[in-house]
Design a protein around this ligand. Structure first.
Ligand SMILES: [Zn+2]
Ligand SMILES: [Zn+2]
Length: 412
């Protein structure tokens, strides 16, 4: 079969490798779609793991073979795969720290070599310990939606780590695919989201995804450009966002009309009356945020871009006892001086969240397949398997119009 093999930093090659052999309790899946994920890009660019490997872990496809043992699955089933499943039994799992569990850290899906997801290949082998994470895709949904369960799961897990009350005001810094998922899931949970980005098309989408306000933040000159924080485009901006203007989200947005699932509608106190006029943010975002939050400061801020300045800024904008969530700071060794008294004295919690929580998978599948979180508008580019390297390159250097990038394969 064809597979894209990682042979070293920035070296992805289309090769012919054997179709994986499966054993008892295992599945062989023909890959239809695999999402390009920033964590794989990091490994490919920085060579943080030894080659050879076949990456790609946001995978959906069709089961073509089931190992010789009783199984709830059969050939022909359309499935979304989940490459990390915890043991639910160890010290870490008892503390709900699934991403630190040794079983969880093993990758249970492979197309050959050291297991690394395998989604950039025609077929993958699904090992028994990740079978609990396999989800059947309903007839009315696409493989593409199935492939996005994994990133949505990581976002829902992070949202669940926050201590929020309905009506709280939460900043989501960065409106790439992950930031937009945060915006929507927080809105569904009854939060008022302030969405920031450098690209206006993303901010427009953020409003459709439920942001109450959007803000184009200018890139600080000192900030190195990073994959998820591309420079502001030179495209002409619509007048209402030039210079960074707060645009209030009206209640008539498409997303607001989407019905919410029973039991998830916020039952808290009525939302506070918030300023509704456009505000210039270019000069003094802090004073605007103070006014929006009635001088209190933000209840939480989610940093979905690997920008240290965004972290420092957001920490300053939090209220006492607020929460700062790091979601994109996956590169080790960076020194990012923070005001630690803000953590100690002001009780501003510093949190991180990484990877998925398998126990949320049913809920994630409901949100995506019922399209309460409609992931389809997030998908902007599709590449054939042979062009996986180009897909990774585009994902690493997003353009004004690129969001989620997929590697797709025709049914064989
Ligand atoms: Zn991923
Ligand atoms: Zn465990």
């Amino acid at each position: 079969m064809r597979a894209v093999v990682y042979r070293g930093p920035n070296d992805l090659r289309l090769e012919t490798v054997p179709v994986p052999r499966i054993g008892r309790h295992e599945l062989l899946v023909r890959v239809a779609v695999c999402g390009v994920c920033p964590t794989d890009i990091k490994k490919i660019h920085h060579g943080t793991v030894p080659p050879p490997r076949i990456f790609g872990h946001e995978t959906a496809g069709t089961i073509v073979k089931v190992g010789p043992s009783p199984s709830p699955f059969k050939p022909g089933d359309r499935v979304a795969l989940h490459h990390h499943v915890p043991c639910l039994d160890c010290h870490f799992c008892r503390h709900h720290a699934y991403a630190q569990c040794a079983t969880y850290k093993r990758t249970g899906i492979t197309a050959g070599f050291e297991p690394a997801g395998g989604g950039y290949a025609e077929y993958v082998r699904v090992m028994p310990f990740v079978l609990p994470g396999v989800v059947k895709i309903p007839a009315g949904n696409t493989f593409e939606e199935g492939a996005l369960l994994e990133p949505v799961n990581t976002v829902l897990k992070a949202v669940r780590r926050l201590a929020l009350l309905p009506g709280d005001i939460v900043l989501v810094a960065g409106q790439g695919p992950i930031g937009l998922m945060f915006t929507r899931l927080l809105q569904l949970a009854g939060m008022n989201v302030v969405a920031t980005d450098l690209l206006d098309p993303r901010l427009k989408l953020a409003k459709k995804f439920g942001a109450r306000w959007t803000l184009n933040v200018q890139s600080p000159k000192s900030e190195a450009q990073s994959p998820a924080a591309p420079a502001a485009s030179s495209d002409p901006m619509p007048p209402e966002v030039v210079g960074g203007i707060f645009v209030p989200q009206t209640s008539k947005s498409a997303v607001s009309r989407v019905s919410q699932p029973a039991g998830r509608r916020p039952n808290g106190p009525a939302r506070p009356t918030l300023p509704t006029t456009s505000e210039s943010m270019a000069s003094d975002p802090e004073s605007i945020l103070r006014r929006l939050t009635r001088q209190r400061g933000l209840d939480a801020a989610i940093i979905a871009v690997p920008s240290d300045d965004a972290v420092r800024q957001a920490q300053g904008w939090l209220r006492g006892g607020g929460q700062l969530m790091l979601f994109a700071h996956t590169k080790r060794g960076a020194a990012a001086p923070l005001d630690l008294a803000a953590v100690c004295v002001d009780e501003k919690d510093l949190l991180g969240s990484y990877s998925s929580d398998f126990t949320l998978q049913k809920e994630v599948a409901r949100l995506v397949f019922r399209r309460q979180l409609d992931v389809r508008p997030l998908i902007t580019h599709r590449f054939p398997l042979a062009e996986t390297a180009a897909a990774v390159e585009l994902a690493a250097h997003p353009t004004t119009d690129s969001l989620k990038i997929l590697v797709t394969q025709p049914p064989g």
